[in-house]
Design a protein around this ligand. Structure first.
Ligand code: SAM
Length: 276
């Protein structure tokens, strides 16, 4: 992909999520964050808990369902600010994947309105910490407002790109992400940055859209848009190869829900070896 195409796609993604954030920050009747995603390009990456959204609007996805059905367990989001739940645009539940423990430091790539950072902060408790990184200013404003409403003191939302993380080397125990890596136009850089910021022995627990290996890039582009989380999806083999190239061990990609033919919500796990 040329630099120009990459920059153009990134700005399209940023504009779309800025608008989705504003739909929650400045509510208008009938306009939800998910509606903004769908109306912009005919598909979207997520929906509110229990809602179905990602890929809806693309013929392929409508044939099967969405990427975002019942992401969170019953009661899991109780007590969070309503705006954090309304802005949920993921395609899985990375917390369930990451198995967080008291005292751990967690980083969420593409933290959006903050739902997974706030849930992580609860899980790791006052001795732990949860960071969110997002490139979209309106999403950061929404996430910080949600953190203040939640009274969360062990969280920080940082402006930045997931391809060039604004965190020091070996500074977190766990990296999570929910339906964001498919949106990156420089995925090897994202995988390398995850590896860099993790402590030795650290792990990733990621939800993302992943394609079956037989789908070519052209097939994926025909199935849906880039900003709708479909055209930029890696295949399972591409994910595993990319994680190995970045240095990760014990990598796995497990399909959970087929949301469009050959395109799945998936759980991605891997560890940074404890010794080099
Ligand atoms: C599909 S939404 C998911 C938000 C959140 N993870 C959730 O589950 O609700 C994608 C988010 O990733 C952010 N994002 C997309 N590409 C990014 C990049 N290259 N660097 C940083 N943030 C990015 C967008 O601004 C948006 O907030």
């Amino acid at each position: 992909m040329s630099d120009e195409t990459s920059t153009g796609l990134r700005e399209e993604v940023r504009a779309r999520y800025a608008e989705a954030a504003r739909a929650v920050l400045e509510p208008r009747p009938g306009v939800t964050a998910q509606f903004v995603e769908i109306s912009a390009t005919g598909s979207c990456c997520g929906g509110t808990a229990g809602d179905s959204c990602c890929g809806a609007g693309s013929a392929a996805a409508e044939a099967v369902g969405g990427f975002s059905e019942n992401l969170y367990r019953e009661g899991e989001t109780d007590g969070l600010p309503e705006e954090a739940v309304l802005a949920s645009l993921g395609c899985g539940n990375p917390l369930a994947v990451a198995d967080l423990h008291e005292g751990e430091r967690v980083l969420d790539l593409g933290s959006g309105g903050g739902i997974d950072v706030l849930l992580s902060a609860r899980r790791v408790g006052p001795s732990g910490f949860a960071y969110g990184v997002d490139m979209t200013d309106d999403m950061l404003a929404l996430a910080r407002q949600n953190a203040a409403k939640a009274g969360a003191t062990n969280v920080e939302f940082v402006q930045g790109q997931i391809e060039d993380l604004p965190l020091p080397d070996a500074s977190v125990d766990v990296v999570i992400s929910n339906c964001v890596i498919n949106l990156s136009t420089e995925k090897p850089a994202v995988l390398a940055e995850m590896f860099r910021v993790l402590v030795p022995g650290g792990r990733i627990g990621i939800s993302d859209v992943v394609a079956e290996d037989h789908l070519t890039a052209a097939d994926r582009a025909a199935a849906g848009s880039y900003v709708g989380c479909i055209a930029g999806a890696l295949s399972r083999a591409e994910y595993l190869d990319g994680l190995a190239a970045a240095g990760f061990a014990d990598a796995s990609v497990t399909f959970t829900t087929e949301a469009a033919p050959g395109l799945h919500s998936a759980i991605i796990r891997a560890v940074k070896p404890a010794t080099a």
